[in-house]
Design a protein around this ligand. Structure first.
Ligand SMILES: [Zn+2]
Length: 164
């Protein structure tokens, strides 16, 4: 008897099953359609809407990975959605701190005297990276977050101008 080649492979042990994520190309297709529509209709309102959509996409929708550095210095590879977010509560705290720093501020929500892990540093003999190092955003992430912030400002300014 020949094994059915159509049979789906058995799920590997030890790997968590994750829902499949759409390709970023789907999103870029949407942006392309909006862009073409804006040009064809010669409408800056549609262009602005497209810009706003793109900013929203970079902030909260883009399928990416967490990239927070673990205490041992590896970048976390858990999938997340949106450049502002991390895979879990702990990594989110590290990332939030980094985002506040990107804005030139201190995270006002973090209690003083604790690191982003919410615990005191211990001498464990392992190389431990400080939260500021661990939270350092990847160059691409930082650039896109700044770009999307600028885009949001432009879009908001355009709306105010459009309403006036
Ligand atoms: Zn993570």
């Amino acid at each position: 008897m020949v094994a059915n080649p159509q049979e789906p492979p058995a799920p590997r042990r030890g790997t968590r099953r994750r829902p499949r994520r759409e390709s970023p190309l789907v999103w870029w297709g949407v942006f392309a359609v909006v862009g073409v529509a804006a040009v064809l209709l010669w409408s800056w309102r549609i262009a602005l809407l497209g810009l706003l959509l793109w900013c929203l996409y970079e902030f909260v929708l883009v399928p990416t990975i967490c990239r927070v550095m673990t205490r041992q210095g590896y970048a976390c590879r858990e999938p997340v959605r949106g450049r502002l977010f991390a895979c879990g509560e702990r990594h989110q705290r590290v990332k939030s701190d980094a985002l506040w720093r990107l804005a030139g501020l201190r995270n006002p929500f973090r209690p003083k005297g604790r690191d982003a892990d919410g615990r005191a540093h211990r001498d464990t003999g392992v190389v431990v990276f400080s939260p500021s190092v661990r939270g350092r955003l990847a160059q691409a992430d930082r650039m896109l977050i700044l770009l999307a912030s600028a885009g949001t400002l432009v879009a908001l300014a355009g709306m105010v101008y459009g309403l006036a």
